[in-house]
Design a protein around this ligand. Structure first.
Ligand code: FAD
Length: 381
């Protein structure tokens, strides 16, 4: 796969040339032309064009844990967020309910924000950069979310939605929960307030007279989200159709599968209905095309599913008893699959890494972090 080749080259280049300085330089946003101080691998990792174990292995093979602890922890944040949300799917459901309500009425200050027309200059710069490139530096994401919530007084849900649909690395867990973290809803009372000095210290462009609300108090909610254990499926291979998808693109290269038939599951129409940006849709389409070629080369199959009707037709033609997909986390793609489960027998195949790590995501990241040495010992040796 061409895109995988690109991702692996980028990973190798980053580990050899920039990883050593990651912990001291990672907080600086030097602008879109100078993005070497972080890996910019997120769009590949979100789609598992390269997966977390490959990223961890590649970095750990070159440096000691102590030297690259910060980078390893950042990769593990993604795993933590996914496990955390997986055990509290109601956070995602409530967020979507709120979005439906909020979108009934479009307010001018919301339109100004997404069209980069506010009176906060850096915010406008970030909004444009996000729409043009599909990426923002982590610090810019924190500043953006903070200004959105505390200075522009906009609902965090609308900001998270704007991010999810414009980021090439958009991920329901990392995105929703990071927005909640900035607002002060993840760790109750602990919020992130963007300050002028901090923006000017860490961003390339320097801004004057920013009128930010630097004394804002954390957002508050009364709902307490309970934790539910994740119910993993048992899969049987008999008369099965295995459908790979672009949220776990290298699943079949990394895991044993023994299905009778193989194909690709395409979620484009689901994401188009949710109004994902063209940029994001096109990136995902490129991955889908490569998955299509992979399935053709590896299994001589041309099965390509892009609707329920299409799936039902293939099931009938090939006498399929079970459809298996790489595990889909909380998100719009999973919402669609759950909605068709009454009509089609579908199970998820989970990676050992996910199953193992997610069990530790019951509380805060601090507790999760204590388990990282165990994770590395289990999966990197
Ligand atoms: C409001 C907000 C929204 C965000 N939305 C997303 C999102 O939708 N998708 C997403 O992948 N990340 C999201 N992040 C996390 C983070 O900003 C990006 O992962 C990171 O900026 C990607 O750049 P990079 O690949 O150079 O990261 P690096 O610093 O090189 O880190 C390596 C990898 O670790 C993971 N990672 C790093 N930091 C985090 C983090 N804080 N949380 C989760 N994973 C992390 C990513 O997979 C990243 O590619 C969000 C952060 C905030 C504050």
């Amino acid at each position: 796969m061409e895109i995988r080749k690109q991702a692996l080259e980028k990973l190798e280049h980053f580990c050899l040339n920039h990883l050593a300085k990651y912990s001291s330089t990672r907080n600086f946003d030097f602008g879109p032309e100078q993005r070497e101080n972080t890996s910019v691998l997120s769009k590949y990792i979100t789609h598992r064009v390269v997966d977390e174990i490959e990223v961890l292995k590649s970095s750990y093979s070159k440096f000691s844990y102590a030297k690259i602890e910060k980078f390893i922890q950042e990769v593990m944040w993604r795993t933590y967020w996914k496990g955390w949300l997986e055990m509290r799917p109601k956070v995602w459901q409530d967020y979507n309910k709120d979005l439906l309500e909020l979108k009934k009425e479009t307010k001018k200050n919301y339109l100004d924000a997404i069209n980069a027309q506010t009176n906060v200059e850096p915010f406008n710069d970030w909004a444009l950069e996000l729409k043009q490139t599909g990426y923002l530096h982590n610090h810019a994401r924190m500043w953006f979310a903070s200004v959105w919530i505390f200075t522009l007084n906009l609902p965090w849900q609308l900001g998270a939605d704007f991010f999810l649909k414009n980021l090439l690395d958009g991920d329901a867990a990392s995105n929703t929960l990071s927005w909640r973290w900035v607002a002060g809803l993840h760790t109750q009372g602990k919020h992130y307030v963007a300050a002028e000095w901090n923006i000017n210290k860490f961003s390339k462009k320097k801004y004057k007279n920013l009128k930010l609300n630097e004394t804002a108090i954390a957002k508050y909610e009364t709902t307490i989200y309970e934790t539910y254990p994740i119910a993993f499926d048992t899969t049987t291979n008999d008369q099965s159709l295995f459908l790979i998808h672009n949220l776990d693109s290298n699943f079949i290269q990394q895991n044993q599968t023994q299905s009778n038939h193989y194909g690709v599951m395409d979620f484009t129409s689901i994401l188009q209905k949710q109004a994902y940006s063209e940029n994001v849709i096109n990136f995902k389409k490129n991955i889908n095309n490569e998955l299509k070629n992979l399935i053709k080369e590896k299994f001589n199959s041309e099965i390509y599913i892009d609707s329920l009707e299409n799936l039902q037709k293939v099931i009938k033609e090939k006498n399929i008893k079970q459809v298996i997909l790489p595990y889909l986390n909380v998100g719009y793609e999973n919402d669609f699959i759950q909605s068709i489960k009454k009509e089609v027998n579908i199970t998820y195949s989970v990676r050992d890494y996910d199953r193992y790590c997610w069990q530790f995501a019951t509380k805060g990241f601090f507790k999760f972090k204590e388990q990282i040495p165990k994770v590395l010992a289990k999966f990197l040796t």
